[in-house]
Design a protein around this ligand. Structure first.
Ligand code: MLT
Length: 264
């Protein structure tokens, strides 16, 4: 897995193909492992780049986290790889990073894919829930929240019919570093509302949602796709919060078709 010194920390990423860049930004508290079903099979005529956020996967944990700081790391990675622009594809926390990237590096965004994410900031209850789960993980380790998170991350169909996928998500949760877990929760709690950005988005945009996403419901995706000019909405059947992991057979063709439509 390649790595480079970026923005004061060691950042690792997975990659495949060559050509125009497509950034694949992972969900919380997972890692670039979640993009393996795409990296293994998507056409090689694009450069698919899946970084590990600081403190997750194999990237070093260095100091406090913020969505802006992570977006700057991503921009630094594009510089390192020689890409001026990219299609930015983020799932959930990856989407929050995509919004920060859009705010800070707008000229570098060629297109957007927003999967199972939201533009709004946390309310007071959401911030409190993050504090409570961080305290639990700090006290008892990541294993303490695995069962509760797994229940909400994937669909009942994935739990019952896709044991290998379920096991992969469980392994990523178990590997989450408790300190980075807490830092990322604090960073997400502090993220600004991006709703006002939506009507200003002027690049091709695809909004994706799992049909039964229990964390960010499909109605949020519907609202977001209506607020972004000319955005397309795709609902991935049988998937929960992680459609690219749960149903790559459905997600991959949707992503490829979108990318091809930008090119033509
Ligand atoms: C994620 O999957 O990245 C999280 O559900 C995002 C969040 O906690 O808001």
């Amino acid at each position: 897995m390649p790595d480079a010194q970026i923005g004061g920390g060691r950042i690792h990423w997975r990659e495949a193909g060559a050509g125009n860049a497509v950034l694949l930004l992972h969900a919380f508290p997972l890692s670039s492992v979640m993009w393996q079903p795409q990296l293994d099979t998507l056409p090689g005529d694009h450069h698919w780049i899946a970084p590990d956020t600081r403190g997750f996967g194999e990237s070093a944990a260095t100091g406090a986290l913020s969505m802006d700081g992570i977006a700057d790391d991503v921009a630094g990675l594009l510089d390192h790889l020689g890409h001026e622009r990219a299609t930015v594809c983020g799932v959930s926390m990856g989407g929050y990073i995509a919004f920060a990237f859009l705010r800070r590096h707008r000229e570098r965004v060629g297109a957007l894919v927003l999967s199972d994410t939201r533009a709004t900031a946390d309310d007071a209850a959401g911030k409190l829930a993050r504090r409570i789960s961080s305290e639990r993980v700090r006290a008892d380790g990541s294993a303490a929240i695995v069962a509760q998170m797994l229940e909400r991350l994937v669909s009942p169909e994935t739990r019952e019919r896709r044991p290998a996928t379920y096991a992969k998500v469980r392994a990523m949760l178990e590997q989450a570093d408790p300190a980075s877990f807490a830092r990322a929760q604090a960073a997400m709690a502090a993220r600004p509302d991006s709703s006002e950005l939506l009507p200003t988005i002027d690049v091709p945009t695809l909004v994706v949602t799992g049909q039964v996403d229990a964390i960010i419901g499909p109605e949020v995706a519907r609202g977001m796709s209506r607020a972004i000019p000319d955005a397309r909405l795709e609902v991935i059947e049988g998937a929960g919060h992680l459609p690219n992991v749960e149903r790559p057979d459905r997600f991959n063709p949707v992503l490829v078709e979108f990318i091809e439509s930008i090119r033509s």
